[in-house]
Every structure is written in C-alpha cells, then in structure tokens.
Design a protein around this ligand. Structure first.
Ligand SMILES: NC(=O)C1=CN([C@@H]2O[C@H](COP(=O)(O)OP(=O)(O)OC[C@H]3O[C@@H](n4cnc5c(N)ncnc54)[C@H](O)[C@@H]3O)[C@@H](O)[C@H]2O)C=CC1
Ligand SMILES: N[C@@H](CC=O)C(=O)O
Ligand code: NA
Length: 436
C-alpha cells in the first residue's frame, strides 16, 4: 500500500517523540491507518538535533520549514514548532497548498483558530489538534465525537502539567517554586516561555479550545479570565488542607442561560474528589453532559511520548479520512449552530462560584460579628470557618472562611466592605472554590 507522506516541522520534545513512536510502532500504526505513515522530510532550525534524532534513516533534513509546506510530495504537515508567529504562517501556507495539518499548538489555535479552521474548511483539508489539549488524553475526540449525543453543561480540568507538577512537588516535598519549575522545564513539560504555564495562559488556551467544541462557539481566548499560580501562598494551601480541600489550577467552561463562563484560576476542590488527587504532570478533565452525567478523562498531559501519542492518533485519523468527502468529516469545532455564534463569554464579575477568604484581623471581641454581618447583608452564607489563636506575642490572627456560591461582583463588594473595617489588616486573600 502506498505510504502517506508527512513533513515534520520541529523535532524538539514533541517532534522527537512523534518521530520515535512512529518508527517504534510502525507495524501497528500502519495496520490502524490502513497504509504506512512515512515521515519524508523533517525541518528544524536546529539541524544538528534533526540529524541526531533521524540518524541512519532515509529522510530529508532541512532548516527551511517553508520548503516543506511547499513540497508537492508532502500530504500532511505536522506543525510542532509552537508559538503564534511563524507557525501561523506555515499552517496557513500548508492549507493553501492543499495539505492536511496536524498540530499540538494550542496557543496558535486559541488565538488564530477561527481563521485557520475557516481556511481549512474552504480548502477542504483537515486540521487535527488532539495533542493541543491535555496531551495524550483523547479529550478532543471525546468532546467532539464520544459525547455527541449530549448537551454539554460544563467542563473543568487540570490541563497544565507544569503547574500541577509544581503544586504537587511544593506540597509533597516542600521544594521552592523556582526549583520545581526548572525541573519541569528539564523534563520537557514547560512551554518555550514558561510564564505561559505559571500565569495560566496555556491552560486558558486549552480551555478556550474545549469551550468552542463543547458549546459550539468560536474561539474567544481574548475573553477568558486568566489567573496563574504565581500569587498562590503556601499558607493558603495549608489552610485549605485543614478544611479538607486541595488547590489546583483549573480551566473551567460552563454554559449558563446568560452566556458562557470561561476561566482559569487556582481553585479549591474537596480533597475526596478524584480530580483533587491528580498529581504531578498528570492532567484530568471532568465533562458534564446532560445524558451521560459526569465523565472523567485522566492521563499524561505533557512530555514527549504522551503528546506524540495524540499527534499520531491524528495522523491515523487524517490518513483514514483524507479520501472522504469533506462534508462527511466531523467539523473541526464539532457542529456549530449559527444561532450560537453570538453567545457571549461572561466577564469574571458575572461568574458564580464559592470562595475561600483569609483575613488578618485584630484579636478583639466583636470582630467576627462585624465580618459575618457584612457577608449576611450581602446574602453570602458561610459554609465553614477557622479562627486561629494569635501566635505568642501577637495581637493579630487569621480568620479563614468558606462561603456558599454567589456572583463574583457581589463577593467583591462584600470583600471591599470587610477590608474597610479598621480591625481588618491589609487585603483579604480570596480564592475560588468549586464543589465539582
Ligand atoms: N512539550 C509538551 O509536553 C507539549 C507541547 N505541546 C506543543 O507542541 C509544540 C512543540 O512543543 P515542544 O516540542 O515542547 O517544543 P520544543 O522547543 O522542544 O521543540 C520545538 C522545535 O522547533 C524548532 N524550531 C523553532 N523554530 C523553528 C523554525 N522557524 N523552523 C524550524 N524549526 C523551528 C526548534 O529548534 C525545536 O527543535 C508547541 O506548540 C507546544 O505548545 C503540546 C502538548 C505538550
Ligand atoms: N506546557 C504544557 C505542555 C502541554 O500542553 C503543560 O505543562 O501542560
Ligand atoms: Na489530547
């Protein structure tokens, strides 16, 4: 059977993993794809790296990615360079040249996906992107096909391996943030610019992609609320544990009558939930559908071979489907109804959630009553509370409260009133809590 020819752009962590796994499992992959998938050309600006990975193989090596997307022999372009710049140009050029594209580039799709999918649709080619969300977990396949009977109500996931690895190592080994981040980089988990990981941007890219598929809306990354883990304090992780919660960086997308919530932030989750116990670079995504109920997808969200697993699954799909009538393929973002196109992403002020509040207060009678009165007046009920004894020789102490659900703007107004109380020192620390 005639092989399908692949041009691989970027042979770094994921490109290298893809090259290695395709070679190692060639027999099974050929059987599943119905014909051999052959990498004919590799382009990487680091030619030395390309030579070392492909040593001894019959494959063209180049440092010119544009030559690969123009190569008439290439059927599928696999973009594993990353970033929004050159990757966008290469992908659009590949589409223009009638090539199918497989990419792991969530940044590119979250920001330029609407343009890219429209171009692919027009040209009748596929852009496959399973590796872009939650690495090796087949979450795109699940959302787009496995759950197609459902009206998806919400999804929430640990979708950044680097930050979950950092939070786990800090908690379990007491290691400092910067040291664990370096380790995550050495293990190949982090983005080229690791601020994308630690500031929540990478998770927001992935949540944006999932929300588009789940709710049939365009990519709206610019509307996502994004908060990372850099401001998270060890004291809050410890207090959360005392109250029976773990703190995870979650990407959340929820359908409401008023619009869609799309947000990434550190979140308290009850410690008994499966998702609260996802550790290290593992990812997990909870999806709630109206027919199926809650479903949970778990696996490695980063690293060379787990991500390669998803890239190759896409290569198999594209190989099997490239002769199909484009009308019969599953659309890139599933089945988007026209009337959904205007669904708004709600501003963070309109989000409904519960809260963890930590206040530093003077240890005086009546302080707690003042605070609870403000919350009661704002219709915010308290679910749990700890009041610490002041440390030896100190006149201040910590109060930690968990609230029931309220609209964020209401919580903010109450917090401002609490901060204005003379007995409250400094700012109130506020974290969101989800009883998933
Ligand atoms: N590392 C991971 O665990 C995961 C990464 N991804 C995504 O996969 C993509 C690749 O990530 P990594 O493999 O980690 O990055 P990497 O930095 O290890 O590899 C990128 C490769 O592209 C090459 N490159 C850069 N600019 C080039 C250019 N103009 N022309 C040709 N080659 C060029 C580099 O020399 C490098 O070898 C990114 O979009 C990333 O977000 C997705 C899921 C997991
Ligand atoms: N930097 C990302 C890589 C996978 O998408 C992560 O840490 O999850
Ligand atoms: Na995936």
């Amino acid at each position: 059977m005639k092989p399908i020819n692949v041009g691989l752009l970027g042979i770094g962590t994921v490109g290298g993993g893809t090259y290695t796994v395709l070679k190692r499992n060639a027999e099974e992959i050929t059987r599943r794809a119905g014909r051999p998938i052959r990498i004919t050309t590799v382009a990487d600006k680091n030619l030395e790296l390309a030579r070392s990975v492909a040593a001894g193989d019959e494959v063209k090596l180049s440092d010119d990615a544009f030559a690969v997307v123009a190569d008439p022999e290439v059927d599928i372009v696999v973009e594993l360079i990353g970033g929004y710049g050159i990757a966008r140009e290469l992908v659009l050029k590949a589409i223009e040249n009638g090539k199918h594209v497989v990419t792991a580039n969530k940044a590119l799709l979250a920001v330029h996906g609407n343009e890219i999918f429209a171009a692919a649709q027009k040209k009748g080619v596929m852009v496959a992107f399973e590796a872009a969300v939650a690495g090796g977990i087949p979450i795109i396949k699940a959302l787009r096909e496995g759950l197609s009977a459902n009206r998806i109500q919400w999804l929430a996931g640990i979708i950044n391996g680097t930050t979950n690895f950092i939070l786990s190592e800090m908690r379990d080994k007491g290691l400092p943030f910067a040291e664990v981040l370096k380790e995550a980089q050495a293990l190949g988990y982090a983005e080229a610019d690791p601020t994308f990981d630690i500031e929540g941007v990478d998770a927001a890219h992935k949540a944006t992609i999932m929300s588009a598929i789940a709710f049939g809306i365009p990519m709206q990354f610019d509307k996502a609320y994004v908060e990372g883990i850099t401001k998270l304090q060890a004291v809050d992780i410890a207090y959360a544990e005392q109250l029976g919660y773990r703190i995870k960086l979650l990407g959340i997308a929820r359908r409401r009558d008023e619009g869609v919530e799309l947000r990434v932030h550190p979140t308290l989750i009850p410690e008994k939930r499966l998702i609260a116990n996802v550790e290290g670079a593992m990812n997990a995504v909870l999806v709630q559908g109206d027919a199926v109920g809650a479903t949970l997808y778990y696996g490695k969200g980063a690293g060379a071979e787990p991500t390669a697993s998803a890239v190759i699954a896409d290569l198999v799909d594209v190989t099997r489907l490239h002769t199909a009538d484009p009308e019969h393929r599953v659309p890139h973002l599933a089945f988007q109804p026209d009337q959904m196109q205007d669904v708004a992403v709600l501003p963070i002020d309109e989000v409904v959630t519960s809260y963890y509040l930590r206040l530093r207060v003077e240890d005086k009678p009546g302080v707690l009553a003042d605070i609870t009165r403000i919350l009661a007046d704002s219709q915010i009920s308290i679910d749990a509370m700890i009041q610490k004894e002041p440390a030896e020789g100190e006149a201040q102490t910590d109060i930690i409260m968990l609230t029931h659900q309220t609209v964020e703007k209401n919580a903010n107004a109450a917090i401002a009133k609490i901060e204005a109380l003379p007995v409250v020192q400094g700012k109130v620390t506020r974290l969101r809590l989800e009883n998933l």
